[in-house]
Write a protein that binds this ligand. Sequence first.
Ligand SMILES: Cc1cc2nc3c(=O)[nH]c(=O)nc-3n(C[C@H](O)[C@H](O)[C@H](O)COP(=O)(O)OP(=O)(O)OC[C@H]3O[C@@H](n4cnc5c(N)ncnc54)[C@H](O)[C@@H]3O)c2cc1C
Length: 431
Amino acid sequence: MKIQNIPETDLKRIVIVGGGFAGLQLIRVISKKEFQTVLIDRNNFHQFQPLFYQVATAGLVPSAISFPFRKIFQKKEHTHFRMAEAQKIDSEKQILHTSIGEIEYDYLVLSMGATTNFFGNKNIENHSLVMKSVGQALNLRNTILENYEAALNESAPHRQEALMKIVVVGGGPTGVELAGALAEMKKFILPKDYPELDFDLMSVYLLEGSSRVLASMSKNASTKALSYLNELNVDVRLNTIVTDYDGERVALQEGDDLLSKSLIWAAGISCPRIAGIPEENYVHGNRLPVNEYNESLQMPNVFVLGDQAYQEEAKFPAGHPQVAQTAIQQAKLLAKNLLRNKNGKKRLAFHYNDKGFMATVGRNLAVADLPSFRFSGFFAWLIWMFIHLMSIVGVKNRLLIFVNWGWNYLTYDQSLRLLIRPNKKANDSEE
Ligand SMILES: Cc1cc2nc3c(=O)[nH]c(=O)nc-3n(C[C@H](O)[C@H](O)[C@H](O)COP(=O)(O)OP(=O)(O)OC[C@H]3O[C@@H](n4cnc5c(N)ncnc54)[C@H](O)[C@@H]3O)c2cc1C
């Protein structure tokens, strides 16, 4: 069955899977007169992943970092959106199969991002908390709050401790930002909300398998970030490997296990696979190799962007970093190249323009490795906030976040510690 009501026109059809940083950028800049574009995404909104940790720690409402596709596409000619799951590619017939039917394409763009990598450990996958979608960030917030509510009713100290202790695994930017925000919650908020609990029992751990946090940044940034985490009383354990987790016991390779009901897994990513692409086409992390025009090396008229794409450059022999800038830059060039190709012009090769890395650890604490200089502290934190604020989709969202941040900064408090679970039942009391 075909996807219904997508008009057949004389324009070439570009089907884009995934409206993340890459897919959304492409659809915004592609010529609407020259192409028909169809976006397929399993959600009906774009999500701003760099601020997931603030939703998880009750600093921002989910809607502040999400934006509905239909609002973005209002009045955009020849642009269609269908909420569906992409399931299979038939690259010979140029057909994409989805959960709502199939669609023919002239060009297919895969920009499906990445998911959490549990390195094959099913126990960790089943019991840990992750943060790769707004829904998961919200679930993390709810679980932490639920554990604190449960701790109040627990008399055995070791069980109370397990409910209050939080273990973050993975010392990359996500783990560092989250551990810092949780430590600030412990310092400024939770003791006020739960005065009956003994906060000496609460610790935030950050476990990292290698010898430093923020290993993709400079040594200077790693050292500085570690000192900021220590300042916030995060118990950072380097060279520490988690081998298993049953929902309470965090097994460590070196022994000396930890007890915690909240294990947050931020230790790796891997890209989603899609049926129809032979096993041998994937490289490490399930990325798909592309040439300098982001065109799949194996499938004609299929382009891959963002986290999913793998292209080696002299400066990036292991592929480009899986960050928002890579996705945005690739999408901009692909929009140009599709038009150049149509007009018989030579396509332009992609070269990643590295704008540097930043990570924030907490209030007034951030590290920045920019191409021309490296710095840290209050100034880095201000720039981090400014860049993230300006990158958010939608003026209203930007204003909302700005006001929220200002309020949180002045009051040392966030007011979003609500435990809201979806509920379809007519009568709440029946639950
Ligand atoms: C917690 C966190 C913090 C981060 N912080 C930063 C940061 O500070 N700076 C930075 O530069 N980068 C950061 N990143 C990385 C950055 O978000 C990614 O590199 C970027 O989102 C990649 O863009 P993309 O377009 O490839 O994929 P994404 O933005 O992940 O978008 C993928 C889209 O595909 C859709 N999708 C996936 N599979 C299917 C399917 N089968 N069918 C239909 N739709 C599908 C998804 O719903 C999603 O909308 C962070 C990532 C995370 C998770």
